[in-house]
Design a protein around this ligand. Structure first.
Ligand code: SF4
Ligand code: SF4
Length: 320
């Protein structure tokens, strides 16, 4: 077994991950300054990227909240699908893997937080972490790293998606100076075909996602050019962070932003005045919507949720 195979085995067997790939560190050189592997670890050669599938039972809990009005079920999705379990699990496994690489092979290895578990303090930023030109959402872009590691693609809704599970997985990252046998960037069959689907754009309650063919954003991974929808983050924040009563969960929220596309000043003011959600890992959670991911048909959604009687969504009607 090669060293790369040994590490991949460790990730799958000891860390309990569902998939693993290795990206060339320089495949992510196109990322902005401070957020490239080399910026996080001088001499970085490889980025180990691994995926943990979110169980269908957790995913469907969001449908119970959406479709049956069971607000408590949203707590299952929030805790196990979004905030706590996937992030803590990936967080600890990234730490374990870095520790294993240093102990076994004596190369420096950096676990990189992805998702909610980042050193982002929302109260220090005038706008939500995923909004604005200087948005601080990522230390290292997890979805692009996963594309670079050959694990899947980035869909029109900006989610990382795989053939097996669509957008329903978390991503873990470890950067190392160890020169591993790297995988080629994803070149498998195209998964998201917005012009044939467009569900995410159709059901987005604040029209944050352009219709297929609308404004898109270019990015490059390993010399290959990609495009994905240019999402209006301010509009997304209105629903995903529940700045309006209609988007609230179990606890009521005030009607702070009445329009769907607030300017930065309106969003800043509402964000600063928003009461912190003390029940949540992040004090300003952004899991109140997620319709674009919940109902994305990739990853055999119809068989797993529609035909299984777990969702009545027909791909057309709006879901509140
Ligand atoms: S809902 Fe359809 S268009 Fe949107 S990301 Fe998923 S597959 Fe692509
Ligand atoms: S999370 Fe909701 S508001 Fe944000 S882009 Fe997706 S569907 Fe639109």
């Amino acid at each position: 077994m090669t060293l790369t195979e040994q590490i991949k085995r460790y990730v799958l067997d000891n860390c309990g991950m569902d998939a693993v790939g290795v990206a060339r560190a320089d495949a992510l050189d196109d990322e902005r300054g401070g957020h490239r592997p080399e910026d996080l670890l001088p001499g970085a050669k490889s980025v180990i990227v691994f995926l943990k599938r979110i169980p269908d039972g957790i995913w469907q809990a969001a449908f119970r909240a959406r479709e049956d009005g069971n607000a408590d079920a949203r707590s299952i999705y929030a805790a196990f699908g979004r905030e706590l379990t996937p992030n803590l699990n990936l967080f600890f496994m990234s730490f374990n893997l870095a520790q294993y690489i240093e102990r076994t092979y004596a190369f420096p290895a950096v676990p990189v937080p992805a998702g909610e578990m980042q050193n982002v303090t929302p109260t220090n930023t005038p706008l939500p972490a995923f909004v604005g030109a200087k948005h601080v959402q990522y230390v290292l872009h997890p979805a692009r790293a996963a594309v670079a590691a050959g694990l899947g693609e980035i869909a029109w809704n900006n989610s990382f998606v795989t053939a097996e599970n669509g957008p329903r997985q978390g991503i873990g990252l470890v950067v190392t100076t160890m020169e591993l046998d790297c995988d080629a960037p994803y070149a498998g069959p195209r998964l998201c075909r917005p012009e044939e689907c467009g569900v995410c754009a159709r059901i987005c309650p604040t029209h944050a996602i352009p219709a297929p063919g609308g404004e898109s954003e270019p990015f490059e991974v390993g010399g290959t050019a990609y495009r994905t929808a240019c999402i209006n983050a301010n509009a997304c924040a209105v629903a995903s962070m529940a700045f309006r009563k209609e988007f609230s969960g179990k606890a009521d929220v005030p009607d702070q932003i009445l329009c769907d596309d607030p300017d930065d000043e309106t969003l800043k003011k509402a964000y600063q005045e928003k009461p912190p959600a003390y029940w949540s890992l992040g004090h300003h959670p952004d899991y109140y919507c997620d319709l674009c991911k919940l109902y994305c048909p990739l990853g055999n959604w119809q068989a797993r949720f529609g035909d299984a009687g777990l969702s009545g969504f027909d791909g057309k009607a709006a879901v509140k």
